[in-house]
Write a protein that binds this ligand. Structure first.
Ligand code: ASP
Ligand code: MG
Length: 407
């Protein structure tokens, strides 16, 4: 939705879907740069803006978009009607600037569809119990789209974005990165949460929960072919062929903290992380070693923006209370993760990963694993090298070796 020309282009694309007999609900985002502009404007007037008012302001970007798109469709002779989020209504909780969708009353949309309208719903917004306007967090239009698809039991939810799909890793770091034809919802969740900013993570969670068939496509290439983009599939689908490793995600926004010489007794982990949680600081990796002579070290990672605050809490509240020997931290780290559903059934992937990093002399500072992911923390200056060497080692630039999913 970058310019009037682009909006006309979107309208033409919608028109083709209509001509092919589809019923369509369209969820536009704000025009390019508009949300940033609105938020900057708000901050210019008040450096500590009320979240409620931020939502009143930020939600207008999408309101303009839906109206403009409806007008562009009318010009093409297509019946179209626009709605803001609160007109639908899309009901959310009251967490301004990061609200969650609780329910969608979709009757109005449904009846418009039956009457032959293309229904255009403003993304990124809703209304809470008290009638306040809320927004869903940056990138929230994705979630609006998926939630509507779930509520309406749509055949497919297509998300048109500025990339033509989900890639094995960021092509700006690895030019040979490949577009994935399919990725499972579980992998997508990992890739999205680990910093592949293709989709808002909540939209992926929604798609997983309600089994919405989701496809990521480019809004710039003019193709309607269904083998374009990336289809997000469900692992339960036994007919799916699946790559062993799907992609490499990375995240520079991390910091690690270690509490040294922690006494090994009940309540210590709680004593450390309790005050951190109370301060609403999210913790990612947590590592505690087995103790020797009654003492151990306890490490965890937080978002880099919360590093100072976390250190302060530890120094003032935690260290005196648990009499730890010291606290050290580093906010120049990065996390690199290998993601693939095949890790469930293939041994040796982690060791191959560690071998590849060793061959480049990259020191691993922390490791964590889940069923479908192995993550390492490295010095941030080696992050790109780590991503490249792993991409090469697991041959993610080549067509994947596929295996039939096990039932
Ligand atoms: N316009 C909102 C944003 O910029 C929502 C979206 O684009 O999905 O974050
Ligand atoms: Mg977006």
């Amino acid at each position: 939705m970058g310019s009037p020309d682009r909006i006309r282009e979107v309208a033409r694309r919608i028109a083709r879907f209509v001509q092919n007999g589809h019923q369509l609900v369209v969820v536009p985002s704000a025009m390019a740069g508009e949300t940033n502009r609105l938020l900057a404007l708000a901050r210019e007037l008040n450096a500590e803006p009320s979240p409620r008012e931020l939502d009143v302001i930020a939600s207008t970007g999408e309101q303009v978009s839906v109206g403009l798109l409806a007008l562009a469709l009318h010009r093409l002779g297509i019946k179209a009607k626009s709605y803001t989020g609160w007109q639908v209504p899309i009901l959310t909780d009251a967490a301004f600037t990061k609200a969650r969708i609780l329910a969608i009353e979709e009757e109005r949309v449904r009846s418009d569809l039956l009457d032959g309208f293309v229904v255009i719903v403003a993304g990124f917004q809703g209304i809470d119990d008290d009638g306040n306007i809320t927004t869903l967090g940056r990138g929230g239009s994705d979630t609006t789209g998926v939630a509507l698809a779930a509520a309406l039991k749509a055949d497919e939810c297509q998300i048109y974005t500025d990339v033509d799909g989900v890639y094995s890793t960021d092509p700006r770091i690895v030019p040979e990165a490949r577009r994935l034809a399919t990725v499972t919802f579980e992998e997508m969740l990992e890739l999205a949460s680990l910093g592949s900013k293709v989709l808002q993570i909540r939209s992926v969670e929604f798609a997983g929960k309600y089994k919405v068939k989701l496809r990521v496509l480019s809004s710039f290439t003019d193709v309607e072919s269904t083998d374009m983009g990336t289809l997000i599939t469900f692992e339960e689908d036994e007919n799916m062929e699946q790559a062993i490793i799907s992609g490499i995600a990375f995240n520079r926004d991390e910091a690690k903290i270690t509490i040294l010489g922690v006494p090994d007794r009940p309540g210590i982990a709680f004593g450390i992380l309790g005050p951190i949680a109370e301060a609403n600081i999210d913790v990612d990796m947590i590592i505690q070693n087995a103790s020797t002579q009654g003492l151990t070290d306890f490490s965890f990672t937080v978002h880099r923006n919360e590093y100072r605050r976390a250190m302060q809490i530890l120094e003032t509240k935690v260290q005196p209370a648990i009499s730890a020997r010291g606290i050290v931290g580093d906010d120049r780290i990065a996390k690199v993760s290998l993601v693939g559903i095949g890790m469930r059934t293939h041994a040796g992937i982690a060791s191959k990963m560690f071998g590849a990093l060793a061959s480049e002399g990259i020191n691993i500072q922390m490791i964590s694993t889940s069923e479908i992911k192995t993550s390492v923390v490295v010095d941030e200056k080696y992050m790109e090298l780590a991503v490249r060497v792993l991409h090469r080692t697991f041959e993610l630039d080549k067509e994947p070796t596929l295996e039939k999913m096990k039932p």
